[in-house]
Design a protein around this ligand. Structure first.
Ligand code: AOF
Ligand code: ZN
Length: 362
């Protein structure tokens, strides 16, 4: 078998753990000796063994003189676990084939250097394109120190997210709700504005996906208007982080002292999206799913820090008088000023079209 065959296997193993390793990347490793696979594994969860360690453990004595295929450069630092370079060197591995370097500044080439200085042959780049795609959100997070942002909205065919009359209106139905909850289960955090909390009192948990993983709920709330009886405060299923401006007083904040609520106070009176995203990245939020209303959508598009847009379009019309548009003013004076997205995927879910677009910013 050639190198790509074993790297493909390692990539497949890595993909199995997709969306469950955050803030860590997904990684797969395959140990081969005399053309036989003697160990294979994936990293499954942050804080547990890395892929190489699992695979080398499985290989046991066969690791000596073997070749190991890894989808990401082996780490060379003491994090929650000891360095994989040490495990590889101690096991007597002869050759390491790496798909792509790790852009974590704690690793970033140091893993490869360490292995080479121990006399191990290292090759980098086989399966590199696939490996970068597999960990696209992780690499974005590491390179920009910002979460990968997905802006999601459900709209009518004429671009409305709700009517001025209703609360908790459902535009797209049960099947789409399941799809959204699946996305919630895969993201580190969901974000809405306080307007949505006041209007709809949402729970913002994943209730219909197969996995019961729950994202952190994030509320942008400049003046801390979230009611103490709001579901995001009273429900203990997951954490709620409320981001507030500098005008909010310590006594207002004290009222929210609960195990599941964290108040994040910014240094500015108003909330600047970039500041929020930088703070969330410091708190290890790698992927952020924005389910906001018109104001939140508009501020995120203005920030230029949206990576992807997921739009569910229902064949319904409500018109301008009754409907609230998905976006407020974007300062567009002609079609030439339009924010240009790149269509990535279209899928039909019942009567609804799910459109995924890449936003060329961030
Ligand atoms: C590897 N193999 O399977 C993974 C790696 O806190 P720790 O100890 O889990 O370290 C986390 C960092 O290690 C993570 O940010 C990334 O740089 C690297 N992940 N490296 O050699 C693995 N999951
Ligand atoms: Zn490691």
């Amino acid at each position: 078998m050639n190198d790509m065959y074993y790297m493909d296997l390692a990539l497949m193993l890595a993909a199995v753990a997709e969306a469950q390793t955050s803030p860590n990347p997904v990684v797969g490793a395959v140990v081969v000796k005399n053309n036989e696979v003697v160990g294979m594994a994936a990293h499954l969860k942050a804080g547990t063994h890395h892929a190489e360690v699992h695979a080398l453990n499985m290989a046991g004595e066969n690791a000596a003189g073997s070749t190991i295929y890894v989808t990401l450069e082996p780490c060379n630092h003491f994090g929650k676990t000891p360095p994989c370079t040490m495990a590889i060197i101690n096991a007597g591995v002869k050759k390491v084939i790496v798909a792509t370097l790790d852009s974590n500044p704690k690793v970033s080439g140091a893993g490869v250097t360490k292995l080479r200085s121990a006399g191990i042959e290292v090759e980098v780049g086989i399966g590199g394109v696939q490996a970068e795609k597999l960990n696209a959100t992780y690499f974005y997070f590491m390179n920009h120190k910002l979460p990968f942002v997905t802006l999601k909205q459900a709209i009518t065919l004429d671009g409305k997210i709700a009517t001025v009359f209703g609360r908790n209106e459902n535009i797209t139905g049960k099947e789409v709700q399941k799809d959204v909850h699946q996305a919630r289960a895969r993201t580190d955090a969901i974000l809405v504005g306080v307007g949505t909390v006041l209007k709809d009192d949402p729970l913002l948990t994943n209730r219909y996906a197969e996995s019961n993983k729950q994202p952190v709920r994030i509320i942008l709330d400049t003046h801390l208007r979230t009611p103490l009886k709001a579901k995001v405060v009273t429900d203990q299923t997951t954490q709620t982080w409320i981001v507030v401006g500098s005008d909010v007083t310590t006594s207002q904040i004290a009222e929210f002292a609960r195990p599941n609520v964290v108040i994040i106070q910014l240094a500015t009176r108003t909330i600047v999206i970039r500041d929020v995203l930088e703070e969330l990245a410091r708190r290890n939020i790698v992927t952020l799913y924005v389910e906001g209303g018109q104001r939140i959508n508009t501020s995120f598009i203005h920030s230029g820090l949206v990576n992807e847009m997921i739009t569910y379009i229902a064949p319904k019309l409500v018109g301008d008088q009754a409907g609230i548009g998905m976006l407020a003013d974007l300062n567009v004076k002609s079609m030439n000023d339009a924010v240009q997205l790149k269509l990535q995927q279209v899928k039909q879910i019942g009567e609804v079209i799910k459109m995924t677009s890449i936003v060329g910013c961030g």
